[in-house]
Design a protein around this ligand. Structure first.
Ligand code: F6R
Length: 357
């Protein structure tokens, strides 16, 4: 049921504003209060440290969620790749709460961790798009993503749904702890949904950028600092999995410690600049790579833009910029793959849900 869409991935990218609005609706009661299970609230409040466990794109959403929970709810958070955590468990805090993030709810690497921590007697919350899934059934609590079925192998709307639900969870916890916040998640997510409408209508511009920067290259870099770094990891994963371009997400300031050696004439560097506090320094990093011949494509945000920026995002709340900046990166990956003749919805060597460890 792709309808008029050539690929599920494009349809699912376009569905993101709808999913944001669905999440706003589902997580609010008739008095416009956040609607979350009391038990989840209590479990979050009781935790002295949160361990987020996930794989791939869901891991990248976890990195964004860490920022929400630490900044808003003031609980320390560790984010772990599931397959690593299983075999190399860190020292746990006294009252850990585990949050499993999984679109499918069937990822074997994450399940292995869930089984282990349940044996140890720790509580678990699963955030998933499939409420009846294994990770949902075997955890104590579930939060639903309401993203609708995601068919394309490359995850898009599940990533933004995960981030939105994590923002709501963080705010709910902060309020339950009596912390003062000047951040209304539903209002800000509604602004994000509108921004996504604008972004998904800019396909022609992004297709042209994909043509100009990515149609023949063998490699590409994504750079950013702070929240933008987290999104650069997701942007590079999207690009490599469907276009087979070797891509790497990098912290802007870390480039000079080695990786900048790879920059040569024409290397595409996609730089995210949506964070006010690092706007100056990321632009310095862009100059460093441009001086070595890189082909820089700067994605910035209204209010922070400069003349050379290739793409300017509509303004959204600083904490929620990943929800906006990831959209052009998803579309860049899509069009790069399309131009290179790749099978967008079913990339080689990949399965939609990875049920082996
Ligand atoms: C990337 C992608 C994978 C999944 C990962 C985890 O586009 O889809 O990286 O994110 O396999 O899958 P879930 O979220 O189902 O646990």
């Amino acid at each position: 049921e792709k309808g008029t869409y050539p690929h599920f991935m494009l349809k699912e990218i376009d569905e993101q504003p709808i999913v944001m609005r669905k999440i706003i609706k589902e997580y609010q009661n008739e008095n416009n209060e956040l609607k979350l299970d009391e038990e989840i609230r209590a479990a979050m409040k009781a935790a002295d440290r949160i361990y987020i466990i996930a794989a791939g794109t869901s891991y990248h959403a976890g990195l964004v969620g860490k920022e929400f929970i630490e900044k808003l709810a003031k609980i320390p958070v560790e984010v772990h790749v599931a397959s690593e955590f299983s075999y190399n468990m860190p020292l746990l805090s006294e009252k850990p709460l585990f949050i499993f993030i999984s679109q499918s709810g069937e990822t074997a690497d994450s399940r292995a961790v869930l089984v282990k921590i349940k044996e140890m007697g720790h509580p678990a919350l699963t955030i998933t798009n499939v409420p009846g899934s294994t990770l949902s059934r075997e955890a104590d609590y579930t939060l639903h993503l309401y993203a609708g079925p995601e068919i394309a192998v490359a995850s898009t709307k599940a990533y933004t749904a995960q981030i939105a639900v994590l923002a709501i969870l963080a705010v709910d916890t902060a309020r339950a702890k009596g912390l003062e916040l000047d951040f209304d998640p539903m209002q800000e997510l509604a602004i994000v949904a509108n921004a996504m409408d604008v972004l998904t209508a800019q396909k022609e511009e992004i297709e042209q950028l994909a043509r100009d920067y990515l149609s023949t290259t063998r490699n590409a870099f994504f750079i950013g600092r702070s929240a933008d770094f987290n999104v650069s990891l997701e942007g590079s994963l999207k690009l490599k999995e469907i276009s087979y371009i070797q891509a790497e997400g990098f912290a802007g300031g870390e480039l000079k410690h080695g990786t900048i050696a790879l920059i040569e004439k024409g290397t595409p560097v996609i730089a995210l600049a949506t964070q006010e506090n690092v706007n100056y320094s990321i632009r310095g990093n862009v100059q460093e790579v441009v001086a070595r011949g890189a082909n820089a494509l700067i994605v910035s945000m209204k209010g922070l833009e400069q003349d050379d920026d290739a793409f300017v995002l509509p303004k959204v709340h600083e904490l929620l910029t990943p929800l906006a900046s990831v959209v052009p990166l998803q579309l860049l990956a899509y069009y790069a793959a399309l131009h290179r003749g790749c099978d967008v919805d079913k990339p080689r060597n990949l399965a939609k849900s990875v049920t082996v460890e």
